[in-house]
Design a protein around this ligand. Structure first.
Ligand code: ZN
Length: 510
């Protein structure tokens, strides 16, 4: 132990796993974010690091708050997808364990995880990672973690960490703040503070569209929790969960850390509030036909930025493939005018556009040779407006200041529809995805985004919430939970099951 100059290991494996999506492969991780050892710190020091924003902020806040010795282990992560490939998980955890062992004595460990990862053969790789961190830290050195607010907090994660801090904004624009907060809290733990911890798990697994934080029941819970923060209650994490993980240990979890009776009482109060307000976790979507009709009307009337259609069922940020066609086919059939759509993920189509060149008109079949239940083959006559290699730096919202790679991409026009076709699955949450092609969101009559909610922080200057329509279309992230076959989620579960029951635990048992 060297508290004057503490040695702090940093590691993490970021994935939000959708049980219904294809396996997330080693290649997915390595192409998105994989840094080991000093390469992690080098990337974190760049102006637009290609890694979760928590780590650069954590490193900076530690640098600013006194001496320390970073011990970078591994940070890896990829866009939400199916369960992580088991062999890659096993290899990564083994590598982390070996690097931690080789690192010698540690004063603390910071885990930067998403917290809703499953693996192809096992359900709780996050818990395994937390356990190996605890093992390396020993019983005394603190283990502190940040997680997404869509984490599924397992008992093992909770038991192995001294403190878990979750995001408080959805769209997630507070990742850097939470990374910096982790550093502040870790300094307190290093100074010898310890906190009692409380976890309450609710039988409520909300669709993500009901977990926004600008308003709603979830926002009220977060705000109420933060109102009580003080010297004896440093951390309140209201974790919304990720229903598509389909895990045994899911559901909203309320975590408090602190001293005295206050933290436990607050956890119970928030749980009772969630139960009383559970009707607000039910989802209301706009039927597809009505959404298309509104976009068509706006175009024919010459309106600008009239309506944004959110294709919430095909959100790459929740495991969607980015290639479903319900809305696309509806727009084309309605002969809409002046509509902008992004991002349609089709690497073969993007490659054909690159081969044809800017200005060319070509016959293109979207989803050619890879049609599935949600994404049909759609033949179009497309004019290539502009081409891009796809590497951009996010400008607004959740990707701001972060390097993002769409892969080879093209802007094309098909009748009255202008669309971005790209090669990698990235949800359409930043105006830069259009601006990189010279496209101005403001001149279109309406916008279609393949994103569940993060787009709101990127396009709010054009589309405030009241002009956003969440469309009921088909796709891997449809929030209509009744349409899915759940295998592991304990039932009954609200809002899926109307007969869900919950009794408040006795305060003395917490
Ligand atoms: Zn999230």
């Amino acid at each position: 132990m060297n508290n004057a100059n503490p040695r702090i290991a940093i590691l993490g494996m970021h994935l939000e796993s959708n049980a219904f999506a294809p396996v997330s492969t080693e290649d997915d991780f390595r192409k998105s974010c994989y840094f080991e050892g000093d390469a992690m710190l080098a990337e974190a020091a760049k102006p637009a690091p290609a890694m979760p924003g928590e780590i650069p902020a954590f490193v900076k806040a530690m640098n600013d708050s006194g001496p320390w010795q970073p011990v970078p282990i591994i940070i890896t992560g990829t866009e939400p997808g199916g369960p992580a490939d088991q062999r890659f998980v096993d290899a990564t955890l083994a590598r982390m364990r070996a690097m931690l062992a080789a690192a010698g004595s540690l004063d603390a460990i910071y885990i930067c995880n998403h917290g809703a990862m499953t693996a192809s053969d096992r359900e709780d790789p996050d818990g395994e990672l937390y356990a190996l961190a605890r093992e390396a830290a020993g019983p005394r050195a603190p283990v502190l973690s940040t997680v997404d607010l869509h984490a599924n907090i397992t008992q093992r994660m909770f038991d192995c960490a001294d403190c878990i801090v979750s995001y408080r904004t959805n769209p997630h624009v507070d990742r850097r703040q939470r990374g910096a907060e982790a550093a502040t809290l870790l300094r307190r733990l290093l100074a010898g503070e310890r906190w009692e911890k409380t976890l309450i798990r609710m039988p409520i697994s909300p669709p993500s569209v009901t977990l926004l934080t600008a308003r709603g029941a979830y926002a009220d819970m977060i705000n109420e929790g933060q109102r009580h923060i003080g010297p004896d209650l440093p951390v309140v994490s209201v974790v919304g969960s990720f229903v598509f993980g389909d895990v045994r240990e899911g559901g909203i979890t309320i975590l408090t850390y602190g001293r005295g009776p206050g933290p436990k009482a607050l956890a119970l109060q928030l749980a009772q509030f969630a139960w009383a307000e559970r009707a607000r976790f039910c989802v209301r979507l706009t039927p597809l036909a009505a959404a298309i009709a509104r976009a068509a009307e706006a175009g024919h009337n010459g309106e600008r930025t009239a309506v944004c259609l959110a294709d919430v069922a095909d959100n790459p940020g929740g495991g969607g493939r980015g290639n479903t066609t319900d809305i696309l086919e509806g727009l084309l059939a309605a002969r809409v005018q002046n509509v902008l759509l992004g991002n349609f993920v089709d690497a073969a189509a993007a490659a054909r556009c690159h081969a044809a060149g800017a200005g060319a008109t070509l016959q293109l079949t979207l989803n050619e040779g890879r049609a599935d239940a949600y994404g049909r083959e759609v033949p179009v006559t497309a004019t290539v407006l502009a081409l891009s290699g796809g590497v951009v730096v996010g400008r607004r919202g959740v990707y701001a200041g972060r390097t993002v790679n769409l892969g080879p991409a093209a802007a094309i026009r098909v009748d009255g529809l202008t669309m971005v076709v790209c090669s990698r699955r990235i949800q359409c949450a930043d105006p830069v995805f259009f601006e990189t092609f010279g496209l101005d969101i403001g001149v279109f009559s309406s916008l279609v985004v393949k994103s569940r909610g993060h787009f709101r922080a990127g396009i709010d200057t054009w589309y405030p919430d009241e002009r956003i329509i969440e469309v009921d279309a088909a796709g891997l992230t449809s929030p209509v939970l009744e349409r899915w076959t759940w295998k592991r989620m304990p039932r009954p579960s609200w809002p899926l099951d109307a007969d869900t029951q919950w009794r408040a635990p006795d305060l003395s048992t917490l």
